[in-house]
Design a protein. Sequence first.
Length: 174
Amino acid sequence: MPIREGVFATTTPVVELVLRGTVTFLVLIVALRIVGQRESGGLGLTDLLVVVLVADAAGVGLQGNAQSIADSFVLVVMILFWSVALDALSYRWPWFAVVVKAPPKSLIRNGEVDHRVMRRGFMTREEVLSQLRLHGITELVGVERAYIEPNGRISVIGRDGAEPDTPAQPPASQ
């Protein structure tokens, strides 16, 4: 068989690839949704999942021992399809967004920490205070509200109703 046919022809039935991509994406999005927001860092859960799955699916096609680039392409298309589809469904039906996307969680109200939210996010008091210092706040009493946002970051609203300093970003390495 010429090399062109072996590289571009699918070696697995397309329906099976679509099913594998769909099941993998949806199971992982549910699992990551259950794990929590803090684990995703600065990315949303869907963003993180798409990056990892696309890299893995595309990597198989780039390796010399892969069966076919077409197999990888079908998987990548399915992953991207579900990423866009979940965003579109969440936009169209807000109740669906509640199921798929993590809502912000109220971490601090009127200077009082919600210990249940801290436990759920496996956060210590020191970590919360560290995040507040990144916003320029040194005392809990200076916080009207603080939320763990869907991307895992903490947003803070000061007592005066204004948002404190934006956390400093690490300097870009050169």
